[in-house]
Write a protein that binds this ligand. Structure first.
Ligand code: ADE
Length: 230
């Protein structure tokens, strides 16, 4: 899979996408992540990518020209399955969307910034608008990092069997059960007896029940989905 990210702040993305599991995924050639500086596509003398908005609204708006050039430059090289725009007014991101995106071959993520983006970019180029939550970030870069991270870890071979994404919270609309490591007792709090029993079948049952109970208590919205899909 290949992810191209277009941004005015490449520095913000380089660190989160080039460490640990994402770094290894790229070294193993299971994923390619390319970060492009939008300013490199500006035809303005000062490499500007934004402009004042028509009407009296405050704040700068990302202009069409550099974005069109960036997208067209990438499209000349290959076809893209999705051109995603990160924005707080997009569709709320969830595990289902991450699963869907992980099956694509090439995607572009355009990071929103400033007061917004010229509506014609959205009309002409964008195939999906994504928000990572009902709050406003200073820009779409962290959202793009969240999307890239959650998608790349789902690509077969990226995670080891041990950490397989199939057992993630949310994959079946259930939160994960509690986990423990040594020591077996800490400050008077004991690891549940069942986990020390060695009986895999009973342990699996216990874990599943814990997942269901936790979901019911902490995320009644997810629990409803779980009951609906059972
Ligand atoms: N840009 C600013 N806030 C955002 C959010 N919540 N999700 C995606 N992109 C954003």
């Amino acid at each position: 899979m290949r992810i191209d990210i277009i941004t005015v702040l490449p520095e913000l993305l380089e660190s989160p996408l080039n460490h640990s599991i994402l770094k290894r995924a790229q070294e193993k050639r299971l994923a390619e992540i390319h970060i492009h500086n939008l300013r490199d596509f500006s035809e303005d003398r000062h490499r500007r990518v934004d402009d004042y908005q028509f009407s009296k609204g405050a704040g700068m708006v990302m202009a069409v020209q550099p974005i069109e050039k960036a997208i067209e430059t990438l499209r000349k090289e290959r076809d893209y399955d999705e051109i995603i725009f990160t924005t707080p007014d997009g569709k709320l991101y969830d595990q289902k969307e991450a699963n869907t995106l992980s099956l694509k071959k090439n995607i572009i993520i355009l990071c929103g910034h400033y007061k917004g983006i010229d509506q014609r970019v959205r009309d002409l180029f964008i195939t999906k608008e994504i928000s990572i939550g009902d709050y406003v970030l200073t820009g779409g870069e962290l959202a793009a990092a969240v999307i890239a991270d959650s998608v790349v870890r789902l690509i077969p071979g990226v995670l080891s069997d041990e950490t397989s994404a199939l057992t993630d919270s949310f994959q079946d609309n259930l939160l994960s059960p509690p986990v423990y490591t040594r020591p077996a007792e800490y400050r008077g709090l004991k690891v549940p007896e069942i986990l020390l029993s060695g009986n895999d079948k009973l342990i699996d049952e216990w874990k599943h029940n814990q997942s269901v109970e936790r979901t019911k208590k902490l995320r009644p919205d997810l629990y409803k989905k779980y009951l609906g899909e059972k």
